[in-house]
Design a protein around this ligand. Sequence first.
Ligand SMILES: Cc1cc2nc3c(=O)[nH]c(=O)nc-3n(C[C@H](O)[C@H](O)[C@H](O)COP(=O)(O)OP(=O)(O)OC[C@H]3O[C@@H](n4cnc5c(N)ncnc54)[C@H](O)[C@@H]3O)c2cc1C
Length: 490
Amino acid sequence: MSPRAASGETARRLKADFPALEALRARDRGMFDSLVGVVQECAAFNRRHALPAALEIDRRVREDHDYFAWDIAEAGCGHGLFSLIIPERLGGRGGLAVAFSLAMEELCSACAGIANIFGAHALGLVPLLTSGSMAHWDTHLRETALAEKRGEPLIWAYAITEPSAGTDVEEPHFLTRARLSMRAERVKGGYLLNGRKCFISNGAVARWLTLTTCTDTARPLETWTLFLIDREMPGFSVARNEVKMGQRACPASELLFEDVFVPEDNVLGREGEGMDLGALLVLAASRAPVGAIATGIARGTLERLREWAGERRGGRRPLDEQSVQMALADMHIELQKSRWAYLNAALAFDRSLGRVLDSSLTGGVLRLPASLRAGRNWQRLMKSPLGRGIVNAVMRANTTGEEVTRALALASLAKVVGGDTAVQVTARCLEMLGTEPCPQRPWLEKAFRDAKLTQIYEGTNQLNRLTYYLAGLEGGLEVALPEPLLMGVR
Ligand SMILES: Cc1cc2nc3c(=O)[nH]c(=O)nc-3n(C[C@H](O)[C@H](O)[C@H](O)COP(=O)(O)OP(=O)(O)OC[C@H]3O[C@@H](n4cnc5c(N)ncnc54)[C@H](O)[C@@H]3O)c2cc1C
């Protein structure tokens, strides 16, 4: 298919699968066209890079779990996949949850492991955006976008899970009872970090990490804090890479911190704001894309099953059997439910916290000359309690804790629906294939392995059910936006 025909095909598919986006087009054609552009770019990346390499990378990592396909990451630079959520004025594509989710569905329809390199990278950047840490935007977001333009992946990761605390670090009620092994001790000019983080996607290859930990293990919730970590900091090391069942192209690593000194400037938000700023706001942004990852895996699998069912065997096509037609219809119904769920959640996020990023004040700041923002006075202001207070006030003027809590609930719902659908669809498609050798089999087997992880990361589906109950139905979990206190705080 020519690139032009492929672009037309992508636009047609988006219109068919997302009638709600078609409605948006009538109001904002520019927005619709930019979403189509992002998905077309991902489709082109799949055709040129992911599809030809996916099975081979999966095989290589099974044999050597320290292998990382840097060439695929470099190819992602050419398609803007490391800057999908970086604001345009900082050199990125300017997408938020909707654009990023559509991109993830597209990428994962080819290979969720490769896609997750870009997904986990974006997850690492999200806390910089949602915490409104503007002092770091020019240095880190711009730098990441510039590196991408040079074809050099500058990869990020997000680290909250600890060896004995996974579910517990994602929910405030559980954090108070968590068995934490990592902590940050306050010292002159900053903090000393000691302990381990585990299962960190991209952990082995990331240059920068956003990380949460407490400064007092006796009061973890009150002292939970979001930090910015440079892998070059002395005392940081990668202890090992996990042996993964699926999504192998993206390494999950255990990270070791031995007296890692982190300067005060690298606290994002304020000490003690880590659960809301560093976890709940981030998960409100990231769980819809996980629903999209799962949707993409299910979609790719169904596309391959349909291809298989359309081929003649012994003079007959499986596709001509009513039972096969009904099975395909059933699975497409589930797929469409996953799509609606993630799109709904992503729209809720973009309407809440996204509005802060799109606000005229944020836009005004980004229109200032970069040299001014990089200057000492601006940096000092943005890192001061006054600067932090202004950012928090802008956040509160543009959204409410209630809106963000709603977005979190819908995001958890999207993750549950998507993850469960991906696991069920990939299992059923594999069953339908039977034992017959065919070109689709290795792809379906890989998709089945890839799908399982969507029920686990960003909080297991059990936890996400609880989050949906508490944040969406019961009112027992509310996201608090940071206080716009001006002076004399911590
Ligand atoms: C490949 C991979 C990549 C990952 N990437 C990242 C990453 O980039 N960054 C990061 O920080 N983390 C990452 N994670 C960690 C992931 O988010 C955790 O694995 C997840 O939160 C579950 O934590 P756990 O593994 O400690 O399981 P546990 O918390 O020990 O849970 C074990 C089981 O008990 C259930 N359970 C626990 N508590 C409750 C409860 N109160 N009620 C009901 N059921 C409960 C869970 O649902 C689960 O089924 C990754 C994990 C994997 C496997």
